[in-house]
Design a protein around this ligand. Structure first.
Ligand code: SF4
Length: 67
């Protein structure tokens, strides 16, 4: 069975630079207010690699994948 990983995201601190949406456009999108939002509060195992990359490269360090 595929494992799920919870995402904790502090949206109010988003810088709006769209790094996450460039890395993982299937999961992250930019909202009209200029901040990013995730498609869900969790990722599946097969989405984990991109999720970890977004976590690592987000300049604000506000994306956290709970393992
Ligand atoms: S990479 Fe981080 S700061 Fe940049 S848009 Fe995404 S969540 Fe916001």
């Amino acid at each position: 069975m595929s494992h799920r990983y919870r995402i904790v995201y502090r949206r109010e601190e988003c810088l709006g630079d769209a790094v996450c949406t460039a890395i993982d456009p299937d999961f992250w999108h930019m909202d009209r207010d200029g901040k990013a939002s995730p498609a869900s509060d969790h990722v599946e195992e097969e989405q984990l690699k991109d999720a970890l990359l977004a976590e690592a490269l987000c300049p604000a360090r506000i994306i956290h994948i709970i393992r």
